[in-house]
Design a protein around this ligand. Structure first.
Ligand code: SF4
Length: 343
């Protein structure tokens, strides 16, 4: 949130009415339910929530990398002038790695263990650009340097297993930058790394974003990362966006009891400061199989009433792009207090 250059107001990605349904043995699992959001050029938009809230399925849907049993529907999925929902598989394959990049949680699963780093980075460039192998090699070495890897020529000759986890993630970032994407989707890019390396990778991403001007969608369960990186954010719960807005606004005036609960779990913010104990949100995310009647958070919410058990709550707009999905009036959760209220 401490970035100096403001992002552009022009959205590079607009998603409206996007849903992802998975056919499973016990029925239809509605992983993503009627989600709307937009990402502006050059900004960092964080999608945050617990495991199983739909954030990874959202990112896979954007890349059109959903599992075979998934069905994607949307009224709009527009990226850089293209309709992602109707592009052929061939056109999507051209887009991925070029204008649209993705950084996965564990680079060991996305780097091919039988090819050298250099072969894999060159391949990305040669697939999308008219260039010689020498030019591709030169760009790969340049980008390894840009992500802080010493002796890039040596690293280009090595295989993924010869690098540490932090180096592999730097390689993934460099590989994603080979064709200067307009948007990078980073799904929990630092979860597999130790804390010190996490900070280095996040600082690196922020610096490269300034330098290359790309937008980033950062998927994470870690609000500390959101606080460090986000311009705007969306909190997902049970497949829906339940609160969204500017990062500073949502952190200082969270409205939804779930957002407030997440913040209480964050050391040094809502909880864990001084003698305070870290908060927790008891209970589990509801089953995503079938329709969820009323508010999906009501079995875990301190403020649930009979009114929360039926109907389909829409997002309430507070102005400035901040909106939340709850029957409580603005500021009411803070006044009511209760176990999950911020102090
Ligand atoms: S709608 Fe009701 S159950 Fe859902 S978060 Fe608001 S108060 Fe809690």
């Amino acid at each position: 949130m401490d970035k100096t250059a403001p992002p552009s107001d022009r959205p590079i990605l607009r998603v409206e009415g996007m849903s992802v349904d998975l056919a499973v043995s016990s029925g239809q699992l509605h992983a993503v339910r009627d989600v709307d959001f937009a990402v502006k050029a050059g900004e960092t938009f964080c999608i945050v929530g617990e495991s199983g809230c739909g954030k990874t399925m959202t990112s896979l849907a954007l890349m059109r990398l959903l599992p075979r049993n998934a069905r994607l529907s949307a009224t709009r999925m527009e990226f850089d002038g293209l309709d992602l929902s109707t592009l052929s598989e061939r056109d999507m394959a051209t887009l991925r790695g070029d204008r649209l990049g993705m950084i996965f949680q564990d680079p060991m699963t996305s780097l091919n263990p039988v090819y050298t780093i250099g072969d894999q980075m060159e391949e990305v460039y040669l697939r999308h650009r008219v260039a010689t192998r020498k030019e591709a090699r030169g760009r790969a070495a340049y980008l390894l340097q840009r992500v802080g890897i010493m002796s890039p020529e040596l690293r280009l000759r090595q295989f993924p297993h010869q690098l540490s986890g932090g180096l592999r993630q730097r390689v993934m970032i460099a590989m994603t930058l080979m064709c200067e994407p307009r948007l990078i989707i980073a799904d929990e890019p630092t979860t597999a790394l130790d804390v010190t390396v996490q900070v280095q990778i996040l600082q690196l991403l922020a610096r490269l974003q300034q330098e290359f001007g790309m937008a980033i969608i950062l998927i994470t369960h870690n609000l500390g990362i959101v606080a460090r990186m986000a311009d705007r954010l969306a909190v997902m719960y049970a497949g829906k966006i339940i609160e969204t807005g500017g990062a500073m606004e949502v952190f200082t005036h969270p409205q939804h009891p779930y957002t407030r609960g997440l913040l209480r779990c964050m050391p040094g913010y809502g909880g864990g400061g001084g003698d305070q104990r870290l908060g927790s949100i008891p209970g589990l995310v509801p089953s995503l199989i079938g329709k969820i009647e009323g508010c999906g958070f009501r079995n875990r919410c301190d403020f649930a009433t009979a009114d929360c058990a039926s109907g389909d709550l829409g997002l309430r707009a507070l102005g400035g792009g901040h909106s939340y999905r709850c029957r409580l009036e603005p500021g009411e959760a803070a006044k009511l207090g209760g176990e999950h209220a911020l102090s």
